[in-house]
Design a binder for this molecule. Structure first.
Ligand SMILES: [Fe+2]
Ligand SMILES: [Fe+2]
Length: 327
């Protein structure tokens, strides 16, 4: 690597890598990871996962039947979760804007940004087609929520830093993979599960790309990358946090076992941190060590919170079960 860090006047940034230099320094890694991605990503057809024969006209222009809850064959948690997942995917134009602004549209970075956008584009298409053909959710409510959510746009919490952006997407792609996979698992329709497993597979390959990039960043700028990982992990929130009614939906999704603190800690944070050996990296300066230490303290605290959540979840589910048996 011939590109060197610049001297920083900030005492907080010991190694002084600017975003522009990091983007240049990581270009080779992006090219290698892009080629690896293109080699393993398999083409798939969203339309094959949609049971078109179940579809029929809605009310309105075609005078068909208005949607009604009894048409839906998916579970209540499946309905909530499918809508959150779809609205999150729907906001792709804003995500594209954020990453194209951060990583650029030139060279290997640009090729990745556009390819990633194309792959993400089929997720919203496939889920919407499935939901409408099967009448799984209220199409009017869905459309209004989409308009409202997309009209807000999406502003990354990490637009101030390239390393924070890379660290965020590494965890976020895995979080999205797990959310899709578990939504499929609990939706109560094997075809829905198959579709979401396919989408989850795309998200997994995205995670691998960003995780490998983060690994390279930890090698060339360990202190700054460690700070980015610590900040991103301690402040993590899902990209769909701006969805109307998100808090209530997130609570149902947590209770239903699709995505909660235990899953976030065990299935999202830990696998990436372990793979990158974040807690074992040596040779850090004072800033990197501070960040690594903050991360360790945070993870212990999160594990404790996850345990408390599980106790509350078990108690709540037991009460529900007792009520059901009594009724
Ligand atoms: Fe996606
Ligand atoms: Fe993705």
């Amino acid at each position: 690597m011939t590109i060197a860090p610049v001297q920083s006047s900030s005492p907080l940034v010991a190694s002084g890598w600017t975003d522009a230099r990091l983007i240049l320094a990581l270009e080779e890694v992006v090219e290698k990871e892009l080629n690896r991605h293109l080699g393993v990503a398999k083409e798939w057809m969203p339309h094959e996962f949609v049971p078109w024969s179940q579809g029929r006209d809605f009310d309105g222009v075609l005078g068909g039947e208005a949607w009604s809850l009894e048409h839906s064959k998916v579970t209540p948690v499946g309905r909530v979760s499918l809508v959150v997942n779809l609205l999150t995917e729907d906001n792709l134009p804003s995500y594209h804007h954020e990453i194209a602004t951060m990583f650029g549209r030139e060279g290997a970075w640009g090729t990745w940004v556009h390819r990633w956008t194309a792959e993400e584009g089929r997720h919203g298409i496939a889920i919407r087609d499935y939901l409408l053909a099967t009448r799984a959710v209220d199409p009017v409510e869905l459309e209004r929520a989409r308009m409202s959510h997309m009209s807000e746009g999406f502003e990354s919490d990490n637009a101030h830093s390239m390393l924070h952006s890379v660290a965020y997407v590494a965890f976020q792609e895995l979080a999205t993979r797990i959310a899709h996979r578990n939504t499929g698992r609990y939706a109560g329709d094997p075809l829905c599960e198959q579709l979401l497993a396919k989408i989850a597979n795309d998200e997994n390959l995205h995670m691998v790309f960003y995780r490998n990039l983060l690994k390279a960043a930890l090698e060339i700028a360990p202190d700054q990358a460690m700070r980015a990982v610590a900040d991103v992990v301690t402040d993590f929130r899902m990209p769909g946090h701006g969805i109307p009614g998100f808090e209530r939906a997130a609570a149902q999704i947590a209770l239903g076992g699709v995505y909660n603190l235990r899953i976030h800690h065990d299935d999202v944070l830990q696998p990436v941190l372990r793979h990158l050996k974040v807690m074992e990296i040596g040779g850090l300066g004072p800033e990197g060590l501070l960040a690594q230490n903050e991360l360790g303290v945070f993870l212990d605290g999160l594990d404790g919170q996850a345990r408390k959540f599980e106790e509350r979840q078990a108690a709540l589910l037991a009460r529900r079960e007792a009520r059901r048996n009594a009724g």
